[in-house]
Design a binder for this molecule. Structure first.
Ligand code: PEP
Ligand code: MG
Length: 539
């Protein structure tokens, strides 16, 4: 995009840049909200990282310098971004180099906000394979999903955001193929086998027939898995594993039921609270929770109390700015800091019917004192409401201390649910929103597996069950490991229920148990994944 080097006056360019940054900030924030509403945490984490890049003081200072020297806002911003990209690319570190794609994405969005250049989408046919130098994560989420059969990029990396997003959207992708990928011609026939990591640029009739047969086979497998999705997931040695869904609303609940979910394993109630001017009142909340229970046709629902703070902001609470939000007021801590809001939510939950199908889950519990305090409050409110029944009460294990103290928690809780997203972040001390660390935040880290083993053993001492509601439950390689560690419930995205159930049905719990204990002795997530591939090649 040709940009005016000369500015239209320092003050005007400053105002223009500030307005453009504000516009992009709003766009990204609504992208985060919409991803959160869909429960697409990979997507929301990536956009949260973009938001942080947009506010990078170094970047803004460099742009400001150019503006102060009389240059145009766009020219200055682009120069600032490009200078950072050059530094990152030159460090020879693949992870840092991948941040370049994120920076260029930000640059493009800011320039479009400044100069209103219409974005031209690619010309797509049905079942197109999109070939690009690189793709901006935001562009990927805007692609018409029905038309894109696959993606090939010359740049990027396996742990880059395009790869992560494509996986979560279910689009086969080959990334980092090198410049030869760009020699492919518009409209040419191409066979992409993302599982094998291969693209066949000049398929003959036989290759095409084989590819079509393979697509048909995969489709038949998907149909077969869907056909048996309603049946329970029982291992070959007779252990039933509950496969539940993570949802945000009643529509998701219906989607989960259609895909064979046994229950709702996590309803993130944040979605009711974000994107509005004030908190929802009791009646509104009860209606939303009841709608979820009603959509479930007799199945149970685990509904989590509000988990805001950290990377999930609710503007009307005016949470104090914190230097380390992830380590500050969030989860149940925010609930205790705003007792009226917590009480309203608890009353709203206690008003649903029947309470026997409701399980309340508490986020960010660090020790048993918090759990007892909450249980007492629920008891008090239920007494005031003259209720004869009580819902079950569960604890999220997402703070390492909760895993270590699981035996104490399980004495007072009805069940535990491992929030592997946060448990990984806090165990490895790696920010889950940090794009640079994305590839290293791996839940199959032996440190995390040991904590899960401790949590399950602690719960067993009191005869309580443990589920997993973080993204780890949706990772096919983690499924045999979690079952081996004694996990009884896996809560996954609705689309994945049939696949996870089918995977469980092929496993022996006894075998998983024997092998999982050995995995705890390995030294890295790579070693764990390597061994899992040998043991369960289909996972
Ligand atoms: C988790 O931390 O694993 C979890 C399920 O909660 P959230 O992703 O909403 O923080
Ligand atoms: Mg969490």
């Amino acid at each position: 995009m040709p940009l005016p080097e000369q500015g239209a006056g320092i003050a005007a360019e400053r105002v223009a840049l500030a307005a453009a940054l504000g516009k992009v900030r709003d766009q990204i924030s609504s992208g985060i909200d919409s991803a959160l509403r869909r429960g697409a945490t990979a997507e929301s984490d990536i956009f949260a990282a973009h938001l942080a890049l947009l506010d990078d003081p170094e970047l803004l200072a460099a742009a400001e310098n150019d503006i102060a020297a009389g240059r145009g806002a766009g020219f200055g911003f682009r120069r600032a971004v490009r200078a950072q990209c050059a530094i990152l690319a030159g460090l020879g570190n693949q992870l840092l180099a991948e941040r370049v794609a994120d920076l260029k994405d930000i640059e493009r969005q800011v320039l479009v906000a400044l100069y209103g250049e219409p974005e031209q989408g690619p010309e797509l046919f049905d079942a197109s394979i999109l070939v690009a130098e690189d793709l901006a994560p935001s562009a990927l989420t805007r692609l018409p999903r029905g038309k894109v059969a696959g993606i090939i990029t010359a740049a990027g990396g396996a742990s880059g955001h395009v790869a992560i997003l494509a996986r979560s959207l279910g689009i086969p992708a080959l990334v980092a193929c090198g410049p030869s990928a760009l020699a492919l011609e518009q409209g040419q026939t191409l066979v992409l086998d993302a599982r094998a990591g291969l693209a066949h640029p000049r398929p003959g009739a036989a290759d095409l027939a084989a590819a079509r047969a393979e697509i048909e086979k995969l489709e038949a497998r998907r149909r077969m898995m869907q056909a048996s999705a309603n049946a329970p997931a029982i291992t070959v040695d007779g252990v039933a594993i509950e496969v539940a869904v993570n949802i945000a609303n009643a529509d998701d609940a219906r989607e989960g039921v259609a895909h064979g979910a046994d229950a709702v394993g996590l309803l993130r109630t944040e979605f009711l609270f974000i994107d509005r001017r004030d908190a929802p009142n009791q009646a509104e909340q009860t209606a939303a929770y009841q709608a979820v229970l009603d959509a479930l046709d007799g199945r149970n629902a685990i509904i989590r109390t509000l988990d805001v703070g950290g990377d999930k902001d609710v503007p009307y609470l005016q949470l104090p700015p914190e230097p380390n939000p992830a380590l500050g007021l969030r989860g149940i801590r925010t609930g205790f800091a705003y007792p009226d809001m917590l009480d309203t939510q608890l009353r709203a939950l206690l008003a649903v019917k029947p309470l026997s199908r409701l399980r309340i889950l508490v986020p960010m519990i660090a020790d048993v004192g918090e759990l007892i305090r909450l249980r007492e409050r629920i008891e008090q409110l239920a007494g005031e409401m003259n209720l004869s029944e009580r819902p079950q009460l569960g604890v999220m294990v997402e703070v390492p201390s909760a895993a270590l103290l699981a035996d104490q928690l399980a004495k007072h809780a009805d069940f535990l649910s491992i929030g592997s997203n946060d448990l990984t972040q806090y165990t490895l001390a790696m920010d889950r929103c940090n794009a640079t660390l994305a590839a290293r935040i791996d839940s199959l880290h032996p440190g995390l597996l040991r904590l899960i083993a401790i949590a399950v053993d602690g719960a067993k001492q009191h005869g309580k069950w443990v589920g997993v509601c973080g993204a780890m439950a949706s990772d096919p390689q983690a499924v045999p490991v979690l079952i081996g560690l004694g996990v009884a419930e896996l809560s996954v995205s609705p689309r994945l229920v049939p696949e996870v159930k089918s995977l469980v049905r092929g496993l022996s719990r006894r075998h998983c148990e024997e092998e999982a204990r050995r995995l705890l002795t390995l030294a890295s997530p790579q070693a764990v994944r390597g061994r899992v591939t040998e043991l369960w090649p289909g996972a």
